[in-house]
Design a binder for this molecule. Structure first.
Ligand SMILES: [Cu+2]
Length: 127
């Protein structure tokens, strides 16, 4: 392998890393998908940033609902067998979410305050 080729690869890798850092710094709220299945939520535990949108997707055959049993922000979906339900999580804290039809069909959503946008010291070095 030539030195030139290696240098080219190094530049490419650096560019990818820089893009990844930019993407995360932009604070793009990551979408969170939770499967509503027969009879469980998957994943059962999820941690999101306040301001993130969480979407539940019905993947099973029987009807379920998504209901906050206990938590800083109350919401509930209709009981249905397909489709999706989504909410932007606005309050930090722990949400205990259940399907009211199926005892034991529970999940826990933890919402944490998003870190403040980074400024200043992380600016790229001037060369
Ligand atoms: Cu259910």
């Amino acid at each position: 392998m030539t030195t030139r080729k290696l240098r080219g690869m190094a530049v490419a890798v650096t560019a990818v890393v820089a893009l990844a850092i930019l993407a995360s710094a932009a604070g793009a709220a990551a979408p969170h998908k939770i499967s509503v299945d027969d009879n469980f939520f998957k994943p059962k535990k999820v941690t999101v940033d306040v301001g993130d949108r969480v979407t539940w997707k019905w993947d099973g055959y029987v009807a379920h609902n998504v209901t906050v049993e206990k938590g800083p922000q109350k919401f509930k979906s209709k009981t249905k067998a397909d489709g999706t339900f989504s909410r932007v999580i606005k309050k930090a804290g722990v949400y205990r979410i259940v399907c009211t039809l199926h005892p034991g069909m529970t999940m826990r959503l933890t919402a944490v305050k998003a870190p403040p946008p980074t400024t200043g010291p992380t600016a790229p070095p001037s060369t």
